[in-house]
Write a protein that binds this ligand. Structure first.
Ligand code: GLA
Length: 407
């Protein structure tokens, strides 16, 4: 058997603490994701361009004969326990809510007879890379495996939506779990979040080598306690007002994807300035996704990078998200030689920034952070972290047998 990596060892120890037999462990490797273009448009039914990366959340587990779930984490204290057929509405310790939410979402489809004993190792600080969706997906895949269920990626996207929207209470879209479940190594995934239709985009011929740089600011905060849901409500209100101005029918939950771009252009005074900025971000971002797809297909990293930087700027000025630390990070990164373009990696309210970079840009980025970021944010000295990542494939389960060397 191959030796365990540090992260695998951390997950194995956590699983053992939860009572799992270390000799019989199954593994879920659930990747983190970056969104290159299409920031904050998924909850409005927009189109996004992103990929899973070669960093993941790891869940080591064994299925149980009984219906009990028992979990420990390398990163968080406490033991999570609940009956898989009756997950509690409120759970302590709170990190267990993604597991309880997964059981709740799956139980709506059919009864579950088996739980898991598992251990989780995050491998990366929380914030901006969608570790919560990676964790939700990991529990879904583990519980499905334990109960002998075959569930499509499309269904798992919907099940994870139930965890986040209905159990955790974050009104986010389906960007995160879609990239985590659908990505293909080396490709970008373009997805229409209104219909769920997606395409894998292979890189253009002759595209130079690149890396996806992830810079974690050191700022950690749960997204549900940020302005995220307020922005979603503002976008819905912008859609409602534009549809009314155009005399069009208004759905029960209006989204900006219900509004043709021509309507936004034709009714510039239908929205108060703040909501007009949210709508401008949505429509601008949709144009950037379309242009970014073409740049990627042509192997034009410079053009793609300019679009990423423009997306970052729009998130700051029109969508008005971003903490002071993250805004500084994006602006510093966008000046570093070898950086094609940088923007917030996730919602921008905490966590990480992401940049499309040349393979050897790491040293220049680290030097710029020490020179320009640290003096402005002394509280984050020693807290930030830089990783150079690559596009990777989607989440998968492996069993103990898969890890044995071939005879
Ligand atoms: C978070 C949410 C996603 C998406 C991004 C911003 O990661 O979970 O649904 O809205 O922010 O693009």
């Amino acid at each position: 058997m191959q030796p365990l990596t540090t992260q695998e060892e951390e997950a194995r120890r956590a699983a053992q603490a939860a009572g799992a037999d270390p000799a019989a462990l199954c593994w879920v490797r659930s990747p983190l994701r970056v969104c290159l273009l299409g920031a904050h448009v998924d909850h409005q039914g927009g189109t996004v361009l992103g990929t899973a990366i070669d960093r993941c959340v790891l869940l080591a587990f064994t299925p149980t004969a009984d219906p009990e779930v028992t979990l420990c984490s390398h990163d968080f204290p406490g033991v999570v326990r609940f009956p898989v057929a009756d997950p509690p509405a409120d759970i302590s310790p709170a990190w267990g809510r993604y597991a309880a939410g997964a059981a709740l979402a799956l139980r709506r489809r059919e009864a579950l007879a088996h739980g898991i004993r598992g251990g989780l190792a995050g491998g990366f600080p929380v914030g901006g890379l969608s570790s919560s969706a990676a964790v939700g997906v990991a529990y879904l895949l583990a519980l499905e495996h334990a109960n002998g269920r075959r569930v499509s990626a499309e269904e798992n996207i919907e099940l994870d939506r139930v965890i986040e929207n209905e159990y955790v209470g974050l009104n986010n879209g389906i960007l995160d779990q879609s990239m985590i479940l659908l990505s293909r190594a080396g490709c970008l995934t373009e997805m229409d979040c209104a219909t769920g239709a997606y395409t894998h985009l292979a890189p253009g011929a002759g595209m130079p080598e690149f890396r996806l740089a992830v810079v974690h600011s050191g700022v950690r905060q749960a997204l549900v306690s940020t302005g995220y849901n307020q922005r979603v409500a503002e976008c819905r209100e912008a859609a409602r007002l534009l549809l009314i101005a155009a005399g069009r029918p208004v759905p029960a939950v209006p989204r900006l994807c219900d509004v043709p771009a021509e309507v936004f252009a034709a009714y510039p005074h239908a929205l108060p300035p703040e909501l007009a900025r949210r709508a401008r971000h949505f429509f601008g971002e949709q144009q950037r996704v379309a242009a970014g797809r073409e740049a990627w297909r042509q192997g034009d990293l410079a053009a793609l990078g300019r679009l990423i930087a423009a997306s970052g700027e729009s998130s700051i000025t029109c969508y008005e998200c971003g903490t002071p630390a993250l805004i500084d990070l994006v602006q510093i990164l966008n000046q570093v030689p070898g950086v094609y373009g940088a923007r917030f990696s996730g919602a921008g309210f905490r966590g990480a920034c992401f940049a499309l970079v040349a393979p050897d840009a790491g040293d220049a980025i680290a030097a710029a952070l020490r020179r320009e970021f640290e003096p402005r944010h002394p509280e984050l000295v020693g807290q930030w972290r830089l990783d150079l990542c690559a596009p990777a494939g989607g989440a998968a389960v492996t069993t103990a047998e898969d890890r044995q060397p071939a005879p």
